[in-house]
Design a protein around this ligand. Structure first.
Ligand code: NAI
Length: 702
């Protein structure tokens, strides 16, 4: 049963009961509608209370129903709201925990609302590229005012019930109930049971003293903040319509306007991409052969080995989540340096007002240090972030095998080394896993969880769980060189090099891909990360894969000592202490000379060609990764790129983008690129999976 009914002291209580957050799925909607009918028909009932079981009133639409016919099966949400509008006895919504999206729209169609303090109130539809679809933009402004409502609608973030209840003149909540919410709501319902006429939000007046100027300002602001997304501006339009239609007394015209905006946005690629990302994030935590109810190991204390760039950031993640960490280093100086960096990071957050001083102190109190492995003997999870050399990792893991307690999870943050080999240094390879954080590790959302051949399922389940605790988006990758993200980026970087040889400047390439939506182009990225890192990898590749072609331009750059921002010069020049890239005549000259040496006559390359050569090089490698089972689903690859590589969210990730273009079209373009004598024809050989899906008219993401 997903909504229950009972009568208490003349008040019908309808309780939404659809765990985990009382999503308004078909059965729940049916239950509410039947409950209201029953209450209206029962002469012994004077009023109705609508409440939610468990931890929320309602989180809105039931996402499990998305896209299925059940989502619109009658009574749909709009009919339910109409039923509330026409109810002849007072209906009181008693909200707690979360009241969001359709859940808030339902509450707004009740006659009265009472709330528990601390309730999260939101219309988050904009986050999946939509406007609220059941009157949120029409009713919320009437109860909290135009400006508060518009802010909530264009941002989609929750606001606490007591904050809203404190707004002057608000009519969202008639009462904040401390203590027993249901008892308070029933008492309130009894008080107002006979009051007539029944107040309806739709009948409230709605004005703004300077509407035209205000809405124009709001529209400009949201366009500047999110130029790639159409939904925020449509939210402004809908609220503007609410005000305009209130003047002429036509509430329903505003509802129709909102509905049309909702339906039109639903069909946009941006909305599809955001919905895809929303579901991809949830899907990433599911591992096909690891059951949801796999028992997990308790992680109460963490050890980190190495207090360098990564070790420090990794440590902060756990301290932020209230989990004690012990860091181990080889020398006291290294420990001191690492701790000083952590302190500096926190202190800068305190200065910016992002962290309270006492919180900072609480976090530092959870941190201890050691130079002796015995200090890690009680840790439940130990993450190694030492130098990237197999010999060093071997020593660390052999020692860990001796000192770590039985059942401890032993993780490596390696970015390139073989996790199976690392596991083989221990007698407990089932407890070994890769946890590949991205730099800066305390900021970047992505965590690649590298599953070794022998990694136990409960170890994976535990690491996926702890990733949530430290607020990372974890994606499982099999073992291969570069895992999912870096293996793909290598092909993208190769292609970027070919573009230089054929006629582009670094600036042209960066500008084109940044206009497509990437946070940063490949050359700016190289300057930020350090061009010497890629150089070291290529030197290895020249030995391992002598037939693989790379452009020499990046090597020539490094030979000039231009490693990037850290040396004050890379693909670009940098003014001392500045990060703004300045196109470098020296680099343009070096590239030009290299072209001459190769006998290439430069040509003008369009932004479209630049973008598609770069993005399809990601896509083709991703298809191989998928086929080899390194990633278990295409949406995982999208998550890696959205959260770790600055791929534009409004395009949904490389696989989602390829699906939007159509895989047949992707393959056709790749065939054209393969004919370019200065490119590498083998590079553009479509991966078998890509070729197969394209031939069958299918896509990567179902
Ligand atoms: P780093 O050089 O900044 O730090 C390494 C630290 O480990 C140093 O403080 C060093 O004293 C310590 N160390 C070395 N051998 C040790 C041992 N036997 N016992 C205890 N401590 C030892 O290096 P970074 O950049 O933090 O990298 C660490 C690991 O993280 C590497 O495996 C690297 O591939 C990986 N990684 C690095 C990323 C980056 O962007 N820097 C990104 C993702 C992974």
């Amino acid at each position: 049963m997903s909504a229950s009914y009972e009568v208490r002291d003349g008040v019908a209580v309808i309780t939404l009961n659809n765990p985990p957050v009382n999503g308004l799925g078909y059965e729940t909607r049916r239950g509410i509608a039947d409950g209201v009918d029953r209450a209206l028909a029962d002469p012994a009932v004077k009023a109705v209370v609508l409440t939610g079981a468990g931890r929320a009133f309602s989180g809105g639409a039931d996402i499990r129903e998305f896209g299925s016919p059940k989502a619109i099966q009658e009574p749909n949400l709009l009919s339910l709201l109409k039923q509330m509008d026409n109810a002849t006895k007072p209906v009181v919504a008693a909200v707690h925990g979360t009241v969001m999206g359709g859940g808030l729209e339902l509450a707004l169609s009740c006659h009265y609302r009472v709330a528990a303090p601390g309730t999260n109130v939101a219309l988050p539809e904009v986050k999946i590229g939509l406007v609220p679809g059941a009157g949120g933009t029409q009713r919320l402004p009437r109860v909290v005012g135009v400006e508060t409502a518009l802010n909530m609608i264009v941002k989609g973030d929750p606001v606490k019930s007591e904050v809203l209840a404190g707004l002057p003149g608000q009519q969202l909540f008639q009462k904040i109930v401390d203590g027993d919410l249901l008892a308070g709501a029933i008492a309130f319902a009894q008080e107002i049971a006979d009051a007539r006429p029944l107040p309806r939000v739709r009948d409230l007046p709605l004005t703004h003293p300077n509407a035209d100027a205000f809405f124009q300002f709001a529209r400009n602001t949201v366009k500047a903040m999110a130029p790639q997304f159409p939904a925020p501006a449509r939210c402004v339009d809908c609220v503007e319509q609410a005000v305009a239609n209130a003047r002429s007394g036509s509430f329903d015209a505003g509802m129709t306007y909102e509905r049309e905006a909702f339906m039109a946005l639903m069909m946009t690629p941006e909305c599809k991409a955001l919905r895809h990302a929303f579901f991809a994030e949830r899907a990433a935590s599911k591992i096909p052969d690891v059951a949801d109810d796999t028992p997990v190991r308790a992680i109460q204390t963490v050890g980190v080995i190495g207090a360098g760039t990564m070790g420090g950031g990794i440590t902060m993640n756990f301290l932020n989540a209230g989990i004690p960490v012990t860091i181990l280093e080889m020398k006291q100086e290294a420990l001191d340096r690492g701790i000083a960096t952590i302190r500096k990071n926190y202190e800068s957050q305190v200065k910016k007002g992002k962290l309270k001083q006492d919180k900072y102190e609480q976090r530092m109190a959870l941190l201890s240090t050691t130079l002796d492995y015995a200090g890690l003997k009680d840790a439940d999870l130990i993450i190694e972030a030492v130098f990237e050399e197999m010999g060093v990792k071997e020593k660390v893991f052999r020692t860990l095998d001796e000192v770590a307690k039985s059942g401890a999870i032993l993780a490596s943050n390696t970015s390139t080394l073989d996790v199976n080999q690392i596991a083989s240094f221990t007698k407990r390879p089932q407890d070994v896993v890769g946890m590949h954080f991205f730099s800066p590790a305390n900021v970047m959302k992505l965590l690649e969880v590298v599953r070794g051949e022998k990694t136990a399922k409960d170890v994976l389940a535990t690491v996926m769980g702890i990733a949530k605790v430290i607020r990372k988006t974890a994606v499982v990758s099999g073992v291969c060189d570069g895992f999912i993200g870096n293996r793909m980026i290598e092909q993208y970087s190769r292609q970027a090099g070919f573009l230089l040889e054929e006629g582009c400047t670094p600036e042209q390439v960066d500008k084109a891909i940044e206009k497509f939506g990437f946070a940063m182009g490949p050359f700016r990225m190289g300057d930020l990360a350090g061009n010497d890192i890629g150089w070291a990898i290529r030197k290895r590749r020249y030995v391992e894969k002598p037939n693989m072609r790379y452009s020499k331009t990046a090597d020539l750059l490094c030979e000039m000592g231009r490693y990037g921002q850290k040396t004050g010069a890379g693909w670009y020049d940098y003014a001392p202490g500045q990060r703004k890239p300045i196109p470098s005549p020296v680099v343009v000259e070096m590239i030009g000379q290299h072209r001459k040496d190769l006998g290439i006559t430069p040509r003008k390359i369009s932004a479209d060609e630049i973008v598609h050569r770069l993005v399809f090089s990601l896509v083709n490698e991703a298809a191989k990764i998928l086929e080899e089972g390194i990633a278990s689903k295409a949406s995982d690859i999208d998550m890696v790129y959205l959260t770790g590589y600055g791929f534009p969210l409004f395009r949904g990730g490389p696989m989602c983008y390829a699906d939007t273009v159509g895989l047949f079209n992707v393959v056709q373009q790749m065939k054209r690129f393969a004919q370019n004598p200065h490119d590498d024809a083998s590079f553009w050989q479509p991966a078998p999976l890509l070729a197969k899906l394209a031939a069958e008219g299918k896509s990567f993401n179902p």
